[in-house]
Design a protein around this ligand. Structure first.
Ligand SMILES: [Fe+2]
Length: 822
């Protein structure tokens, strides 16, 4: 942990990022033993869910050290292969023994079956996204060396894999309205540290992202500050109840702004984002994204929270840049502008920005509740890195895109090297829906899904294309102009191609909130729920008509969380990787959460070529699939050896009971001495995995004490081998999106002002003189400072009141208001 702190402190003190990273990454190796003991230390009180939310415990850094285990032969997954727990055993034969299968995952618990405000017993109904390995962790683990098996590829040396996800801090009321996308952001990272001996040592840490909301939330709060998405989407939520929730949020937010109570800037609730969705890199900055606010900057490898990024760059101020002035807004003010609340609402930014691999521009869109409801930004890299920018490139911040009739909930978009593709799904997020007798978040399948295609710097030239049927598209995989490679900016492209994950219903929005979806959001009659890798081509050649020339599914295999070799982003990549499941699809119906037990590699180029030929012959229509095999059929062919070596679909099957999360593709670096051309799929997939068969109680489905996750590195070329397994010191709940930050990126981080770094010490919990739980104080103590702001008894409280009656009195009033409504 010291090394992490040192990185930040060194950067703050003006030491160059490269020197800092080198000094940290080359420190003497320390090895962790006692991972067998660690679970006892880190045992979560998962069997007692109230205790789980009651305390946030910091792991003890007083651990014993011993050499790591290195096993050269990676395990080979097979049907019902039962991976043994990591131990000191070094025999690779033990890793995939044939034999009786372990118990399958515990039976799922029933979902709340009503769409009403009726309170149900938490013993009777458990939220599927707050139980099992979806349940939040209550510990922040400092940078801790990990045991591992297999070989860590050289490409990982010095890099750090970081994954974001929701982890609610206020979680004691498990019967509350809750949604998978609600919770406070928590980062889980594995740093592949270089050792002086020339080896690579994986180290794990996890940290909350210290947003305004998190630092403002009182430790005694049973509920999060903001209304849940489940509340917004539930058609049975009454206007009265919703107004109560909004007033409660408003009062709690105003309390954080009370003057004279010792609050610092971080505690004031200025932005409402929980920053829980994604992580990405742009121009010397690692950032966490969430569409309810601007990105939050984080520092690597310590994962400290370093403040909001609103598009403002100090180094750009006063420079005569080519900025777009047609929007009439002050470009120096970033994404927002206007009065404080309006500016805050204008800063809502996609959690899935696109970074042009050639120009290093950052492309963003911003949803807003005021007309025209959608704006885009294009942020170039630092001036020293602009040699690849086209001559007509502009800096754009918050330029409007016309064509939306109401605010929408969008989650991703597409970007080629010249065009941007906006996805307008019929999922509105509009307060005026209440007047129309609909929930604020409402899916209307009678409205078409539309795609807005616009030149990167000219959003006023947007052209809208209507799809054949309503659908939801939460993630795109890749987009490219018609010539397949990076298009010339001087030659307009004839068409734009896009691959994305298309759901034929909106049930996931309801299922993730533990709600039964209303009938109108279900797929058409006699049509099963589908989530497929889908291809669209938008014809730009004919200026008079906006036609989608092709729209079909590549495969019937359920497919979500797409990833590609990012070197091929914005050109036609051949391969797309994603996650899938043996049974069901990502709608997560039948009262269970969506859990991933298969990783998929799709030869998209081949299937698109085949699909276009079928399309031209009339053998393929909108909505139909080029490859109609199921997961089981693909797996059967793989198991019996009948699958073709160049099969367009390859599936890595998780062992029974094991579940994965989103993967990130890490390309193999081309060796200088090698004469072989670089292959697009030569690399690895990295992801967190969890063994539910050993980690969950067989009947309750609750996490067992000591359960922990692993990080797996899977061979992405053949999709058959785990080349390395890293045993983590604690569990990583199923989360959302991650990425691998390279050693070069970590070393080249832009320095930050020390005052920007947030800490628990600035939390309202620690400033609370009446605080008595271990939530804040344990973290505070672990950071080396004593928690001295508590009173032992009434006498001390009275004495403090006599000394400082205004502050203590104000705190007493504030705290009781919070206790009343929080
Ligand atoms: Fe996402």
């Amino acid at each position: 942990m010291d090394s992490v702190v040192d990185v930040v402190m060194s950067l703050r003190c003006g030491q160059s990022a490269e020197e800092t990273a080198r000094s940290i990454l080359q420190r003497p190796s320390v090895f962790v033993d006692g991972l067998d003991k660690a679970p006892a230390e880190m045992a979560e009180a998962s069997h007692s869910r109230r205790q789980r939310a009651a305390s946030l415990r910091r792991l003890s850094s007083n651990q014993h050290y011993a050499p790591t285990i290195s096993i050269p032969s990676p395990p080979t997954p097979a049907e019902d292969c039962a991976y043994p727990p990591l131990s000191s055993a070094t025999s690779s034969e033990k890793k995939c023994e044939a034999g009786p299968s372990r118990p399958s995952a515990p039976a799922v618990v029933p979902r709340r079956p009503v769409l009403s405000r009726r309170r149900t017993s938490k013993k009777e109904y458990v939220h599927p996204y707050l139980s099992g390995n979806f349940a939040p962790v209550t510990t922040e683990c400092p940078l801790t060396d990990c045991l591992f098996e297999g070989t860590i590829p050289d490409e990982f040396a010095g890099s750090q894999y970081v994954r974001n996800g929701g982890n609610p801090l206020a979680n004691s009321d498990l019967d509350r309205d809750a949604h998978w996308f609600d919770a406070d952001g928590m980062l889980a990272g594995v740093l592949f540290r270089r050792t002086p001996q020339g080896t690579i040592q994986p180290c794990f840490l996890n940290r909350f992202i210290l947003t305004d909301l998190l630092l403002s939330t009182p430790e005694h709060s049973r509920l999060p500050y903001l209304p849940s998405i489940a509340t917004l989407v539930n058609p049975h939520t009454s206007i009265f109840w919703l107004l109560c929730e909004i007033v409660r949020t408003f009062v709690l937010a105003m309390l954080t702004w009370l003057p004279g109570l010792g609050l610092d800037a971080h505690q004031k609730l200025k932005r409402i984002s929980v920053a829980n969705t994604s992580v990405f890199w742009h121009d010397g900055k690692a950032m966490a994204g969430c569409e309810s606010g601007p990105p939050m900057r984080i520092m690597l490898p310590g994962l400290e929270t370093a403040g909001w990024y609103t598009g403002e760059e100090e180094e750009d101020k006063g420079v005569d840049e080519k900025v777009d002035k047609s929007s009439g807004r002050d470009q120096s003010k970033g994404f927002g502008g206007g009065p404080p609340i309006v500016s805050m609402l204008r800063e809502f930014t996609t959690a899935h920005p696109k970074i042009d691999p050639r120009t290093q521009e950052l492309l963003l869109y911003h949803m807003c509740f005021e007309s025209p409801y959608l704006r885009i930004s294009v942020i170039p890299p630092s001036r020293s890195k602009r040699s690849h920018l086209p001559t007509h490139a502009k800096t754009i911040k918050g330029k409007p895109v016309r064509g939306l009739k109401q605010p929408k909930m969008m989650h991703d978009f597409g970007a080629t090297s010249t065009q941007t593709v906006i996805i307008d799904v019929p999922l509105s997020l509009d307060m005026l829906n209440l007047v129309r007798g609909k929930p604020i978040l409402h899916y209307d399948p009678s409205q078409p899904t539309r795609f807005g295609v616009l030149p990167r710097y000219e959003p006023e030239q947007v052209r809208w294309f209507e799809s054949a049927e309503a659908c939801c598209v939460y993630h795109t995989a890749n987009s490219w102009d018609d010539d397949g490679k990076f298009a010339s900016s001087e030659t307009p492209t004839r068409g734009v191609n896009m691959l994305g994950c298309r759901l034929n219903s909106a049930t996931l929005v309801y299922s993730a909130g533990n709600l039964l979806p209303p009938s109108h959001v279900l797929p058409p009659p006699n049509c099963p729920e589908k989530c497929q890798l889908y291809y669209w081509r938008f014809d730009l050649e004919n200026a008079d008509t906006n036609t989608i020339s092709h729209e079909f599914a590549l495969s019937d295999v359920p497919f979500e969380f797409p990833t590609i070799n990012e070197d091929y982003s914005m050109q036609q990549a051949r391969y797309v990787y994603g996650t899938s499941m043996r049974d069901g699809t990502f709608d997560a119906g039948l009262g269970k959460a969506a859990k991933i037990d298969a990783l998929v590699k799709v030869d998209a180029e081949t299937l698109i070529r085949k699909g276009k030929a079928m399309w031209s012959q009339g053998k393929l229509k909108a909505g139909e699939s080029v490859d109609t095999r199921t997961v089981e059929e693909v797996l059967s062919a793989q198991r019996d050896g009948s699958a073709a070596e160049d099969d367009a679909i390859k599936i890595f099957e998780m062992p029974r009971g094991w579940y994965a999360q989103e993967t990130t593709f890490v390309p193999r670096q081309r060796r200088r001495e090698s004469s072989e051309p670089q292959q697009e799929d030569d690399g690895w997939l990295v992801c967190y995995v969890f063994d539910e068969a050993t980690g969950l109680h067989p009947s309750t489905g609750e996490v067992l004490p000591g359960a922990s996750s692993e990080l797996w590195i899977v061979d992405a070329k053949h999709m058959t081998q785990v080349v390395c397994r890293v045993k983590l010191p604690q569990r990583v709940p199923y989360g959302l999106h991650g990425t691998l930050f390279t050693e070069e990126q970590i070393a080249s981080q832009k320095p930050i002002d020390p005052s920007q770094v947030r800490s628990w010490a600035s939390s309202i919990n620690l400033a609370d003189p009446f605080s008595s739980s271990a939530l804040g104080s344990s973290v505070y103590s672990a950071s080396g400072k004593a928690a001295t702001s508590k009173f032992k008894d009434g006498k001390e409280t009275y004495a403090a009141f006599v000394r400082d009656p205004i502050r203590i009195g104000a705190w007493w009033i504030k705290r009781n208001i919070e206790l009343l409504i929080a």
